[in-house]
Design a protein around this ligand. Structure first.
Ligand SMILES: [Zn+2]
Length: 291
């Protein structure tokens, strides 16, 4: 019997030794880029959904229960939905502070940290703006952190992770130069955003956010605020309104029709047509800075 089993076992594909659960598709892409088939990756949120509010499903608890490593965006972005899932998964390996919990926000500089917190400021991001993954210059930083973490957890494949990271970092630097070039003509222009979702991307390329369609973070637009924006766009000749792919688009379309600005809908994570990080930033740069 043993003689029969041995060749059978040897012919099975090698099972990944590390099971990784990640909050968002962009993190899943980074893990796959660094690890290829050396780890299993489960992605929780959809790329086209509101990243602040992910509707819990029983399958998400299963993902966390089986995970050796949980990688989150952090900076308060998942505060409403990851902690309840962690509580229900009862997996001590991936709780905050454990070796299997990686908060990527600890490795980047966050902007817009509020100096005081009150309800009057809306549903604020208490730790600052957590949408740092939309600065393409942050991507290799995050890839490196993931590479180092996987190397620690799975030292047998350390060389594979290092090599894959080196290849990725080299390719990404070529893309950064391309995006710099695409975005250059839009330096020192102004835009209106729905939520301050693209601030890191816009700041990187010297584009100023002159206003937001939501009057305060998490607050739906009022008629008064909408009319003020139309006047502001007309007076200051603001050319572009940036709408994300999960808020209602009607207010942006209305403001565009009354002010003459161009309303553009942008993705904010990997998914659909933008099924790689490169395609996501290609699309962001081409659509934001259309010449
Ligand atoms: Zn936000």
């Amino acid at each position: 019997m043993k003689k029969l089993l041995l060749p059978l076992l040897c012919s099975l594909p090698l099972l990944a030794s590390v099971h990784v659960a990640v909050a968002y598709p962009y993190i899943g892409e980074l893990v796959k880029t660094i690890a290829h088939d050396k780890v299993d990756v489960s992605v929780i949120a959809q790329g086209s959904s509101d990243p602040h509010f992910v509707v819990p499903r029983p399958s998400y608890i299963g993902m966390l229960r089986e995970a050796d490593l949980l990688i989150v965006n952090g900076g308060g972005l998942e505060i409403g939905w990851i902690p309840p899932l962690q509580n229900q998964a009862h997996n001590p390996k991936i709780i905050q502070g454990a070796a299997g919990y990686l908060d990527l926000s600890a490795y980047v500089k966050m902007i817009d940290k509020p100096t005081s917190l009150s309800r009057a400021q809306g549903d604020v991001h208490a730790e600052g703006n957590p949408h740092y993954s939309l600065d393409p210059y942050n991507i290799p930083v995050l890839a490196k952190i993931i590479m180092l973490k996987l190397s620690l957890m799975d030292p047998a494949n350390k060389n594979v992770y290092h090599t894959n990271y080196d290849v990725f970092a080299k390719q990404w630097s070529i893309k950064l130069a391309q995006w710099d070039k695409t975005m250059l003509p839009c330096r020192n222009t102004q835009v209106i955003q729905y939520h301050e979702l693209y601030s890191y991307f816009l700041n990187r390329y010297g584009i100023h956010t002159a206003g937001t369609i939501e009057p305060l973070p998490g607050i739906t637009p009022s008629s008064k605020h909408t009319l003020e924006l139309i006047n502001q766009i007309r007076t200051d000749k603001i050319p572009t309104i940036i709408q994300d792919d999960y808020h209602e688009p009607k207010t942006a379309q209305f403001i565009a029709s009354k002010s003459g600005a161009r309303a553009v809908v942008l993705a904010h994570d990997v998914g659909g047509e933008n099924d790689t990080l490169e395609k996501l930033f290609d699309s962001l740069s081409e659509q934001t800075c259309k010449q």
